[in-house]
Design a protein around this ligand. Sequence first.
Ligand code: SAH
Ligand code: MG
Length: 214
Amino acid sequence: MTIPEALRAHALAAKGFMPPDEGDALYEAAVAASCGAPGLAMLEVGSYCGRSTVWLGAAARAAGTVLFAVDHHRGSEENQPGWEWHDPSDVDPRIGKMDTLPMFRATVHDAGLEDVVVAVVGQSPTVARVWSTPLSFLFIDGGHGVEPARLDYELWTPHIAVGGTLAIHDVFPNPADGGRPPYEQIFLPAIASGRFVETSATGSLRVLRRVAEH
Ligand code: SAH
Ligand code: MG
């Protein structure tokens, strides 16, 4: 299952951090997830300017469901001024804080995905604590610090239906390749819990299937 070429072009044109091969794998995993948990919604934590959102919105459309895209649009720690992954054009000069919501909206609009992508603008733990809609697919690519990653694991993964899928970005088992929290706070606990088994790996993307309720 591959993403329609026109949509893929929009994904590649969008600003962001999702490499093309990992985006294609994300699309494939999300479409496949809808077979394991038919009809249920998909959710992404960490949309930034909407790059991964295009692959996942396209998958939601193919699966006949919707994608919730959760982000406070104020940037992660590593996106702030002085950090490695900062882009000055992401800052709203009026308040001196990042605001990526306008770019996100432009990406989703231009890709023609406004009928399937629902932006949820807020802090991930705040949204997760009141969330009650079961998910066929959860993609975690939000804050990569220890506490944000731990909270995303703890608060979001219970919402994945058995048979559904958890995808995690920036998983680096080798410390030389990148930061630890997505691996140590999300991937390892998911496997250790016995609720998830790994089904594929592409670059730093890990795809896990939920096999048990507890
Ligand atoms: N998936 C994107 C990249 C996401 S970058 C792509 O394909 O390019 C990480 C994003 O997570 C940032 O936009 C940041 O604002 C968001 N984020 C980090 N911590 C968050 C939190 N606690 N709540 C909501 N969003 C958060
Ligand atoms: Mg990422």
